[in-house]
Design a protein around this ligand. Structure first.
Ligand code: FAD
Length: 484
């Protein structure tokens, strides 16, 4: 029997801290393969395609530096695997575990079709806790975050991933087909809209490590309050790196703990940060246990909610032209940089599904296409949270007030000024409410309402009332057995 391992890269685009790679690298001959699988409804959106290109380029360069080659193929995973196995003398298949429906389907096929002939090994490192490990007293998955996280914390700490680099591996380089990354056309051509992404991000393993280092040095000590402030860098911005597996959550966990060691105050901040990683675990466990989460409301009764079709309003929302400065700042930050602050994601989401009564699918789809961290579990669970239809969701009647949220979390208006430059001459008293600002102040700031900046797409009080009425009548019709 040969000693050749097929290593299937998935959302684990790194060589360090990767237990699956460490196992593969022990062998004498490794064939690293990445398949861009098109057989799913959730192929990467525009921003994640950009990220994927650069992340694969970085990985390929690391593997090349160690004397190997990253093979690239695009299409149906099962067919490609079958053809690679047929043309090579592979004896072992190793990969990291995935939790998305399509990833699970591929894993199942690998086991079903090839377990008789190959030594198959799967390792978990995308999450800190496997879905089978965190169950309630009845052996069922949790639907509420707090007891879920308590149960996680009562388990042994996540294991620090084993370190092995490409240098440890011997490589197998058969003469089989491999695509050219450039030929996948993952990068935008004309127009090249990725300037903002290039300015803001460094995809790849070394970018991820650098990002973590910067966060620990500059923002961990104030994370609890800083995490809610979009006007400065108070969060880690690790989400795209975590999504692509350029860094493992267990590594992040241990580095945070190490930084906070012996410092009570820092430890508190660290635990509050790790709790956010807990939400990532929760979303993934939800998706694993309810694979229809990206399209079906977790609370089935919401299938009959009277969402409204309003393309004009949807377009205004997507383009950051709603007339609510904090919302428009968020939507423009997203368009420009491929990322939006979490607090602002909640505010823009609430405006879409509550004030405008537009189906959360539209928000989910837009985020899917524009976020560099677009992630099936986090995106669908979070949109359902915002819409009120999710597990442990914000209750439907919780309608964010975009004016108060702006004033509270962007008190000087710095975030708005950065992303909505037409308002930058307004002082902090007026910046979140240009439509309520007197004509003289507006003129001095060079703003003509409707021409330079729109009035609110819907009055807050009116929108809130309409949302609550829609919810109430939907609720009543459920009770009386109607369809809403
Ligand atoms: P930090 O505050 O530094 O948090 C650290 C890590 O914890 C994040 O990188 C992320 O992996 C995880 N995390 C933080 N908050 C959450 C959360 N609420 N739910 C799940 N995981 C969390 N996150 C994504 O990674 N991909 C998405 O597609 C996505 N879509 C979202 C859609 C909506 C409507 C909302 C409200 C939130 C969404 N989030 C998503 C969650 C959250 O906004 C981002 O994870 C966070 O803003 C990323 O920035 P950060 O890395 O600086 O976060």
């Amino acid at each position: 029997m040969s000693d050749i391992t097929l290593y299937l890269f998935r959302n684990d685009l790194r060589l360090h801290d990767n237990p699956a790679w460490a196992a593969a690298a022990k062998g004498q001959s490794v064939l690293p393969l990445y398949i861009l699988d098109d057989e799913t409804d959730w192929t990467p959106g525009s921003a994640t395609r950009w990220w994927l290109h650069h992340s694969l380029a970085a990985l390929a360069a690391d593997i090349k530096a160690a004397g190997g080659k990253l093979y690239l193929r695009r299409g149906n995973s099962e067919k490609i695997l079958a053809s690679v196995l047929e043309k090579t003398k592979i004896s072992r298949i190793i990969f990291s575990r995935g939790y998305e429906p399509r990833q699970r389907q591929v894993e199942q096929t690998i086991y079903d079709r090839w377990h008789d002939h190959y030594d198959i090994k799967r390792y978990g490192s995308y999450l800190m806790y496997e879905p089978e490990q965190v169950l309630n007293g009845q052996g069922l998955p949790y639907k509420v975050f707090t007891p879920f996280w308590k149960a996680c914390l009562s388990r042994p700490e996540p294991t620090l991933p084993k370190s092995a680099t490409a240098a440890n591996a011997g490589f197998y380089k058969p003469r089989i087909e491999s695509d050219n990354l450039e030929d996948w056309h993952l990068l935008p051509q004309r127009p090249d809209w990725a300037g903002g992404l290039r300015d803001n991000w460094q995809p790849g393993e070394s970018g991820a490590r650098q990002q973590l280092k910067t966060f620990l040095k500059t923002a961990l000590d104030n994370y609890e309050s800083g995490r809610d402030r979009p006007d400065y860098e108070g969060t880690s911005r690790l989400s795209p790196h975590l999504h692509f597996g350029e860094i493992s959550p267990a590594r992040v966990w241990h580095e945070v703990k190490k930084s906070a060691d012996g410092d009570k105050q820092l430890y508190k901040q660290g635990m509050s940060y790790l709790r956010e990683l807990g939400w990532r675990e929760f979303s993934n466990h939800l998706l694993y246990n309810w694979p229809e989460l990206p399209r079906q409301p977790f609370r089935p009764e919401f299938a009959n909610f009277p969402w409204q079709a309003d393309n004009k309003a949807l377009r205004a929302w997507q383009r950051g032209q709603t007339g609510y400065p904090i919302v428009d700042a968020g939507m423009r930050q997203l368009w420009h940089s491929g990322w939006m602050h979490n607090r602002v994601r909640m505010i823009v989401g609430s405006l879409l599904v509550k004030h405008l009564l537009i189906h959360w699918h539209h928000g989910e789809d837009w985020f899917w296409d524009t976020l560099v961290d677009a992630d099936l579990a986090n995106n669908s669970a979070s949109w359902q949270w915002v819409a009120g239809s999710g597990a442990d969701a914000a209750p439907y009647f919780r309608v964010f007030n975009p004016i108060l949220q702006g004033k509270k979390f962007d008190p000087d208006g710095d975030y708005v000024k950065r992303w909505v430059p037409e308002l930058k001459q307004l002082d902090k008293k007026h910046i979140h409410t240009p439509w309520e600002t007197d004509a003289e102040t507006l003129a001095a700031a060079g703003i003509q309402l409707d021409k330079d900046y729109p009035r609110p797409i819907i009055d807050h009080a009116e929108g809130r009332k309409r949302a609550l009425q829609a919810f109430e009548s939907f609720n009543n019709s459920r009770k009386t057995g109607g369809t809403g």
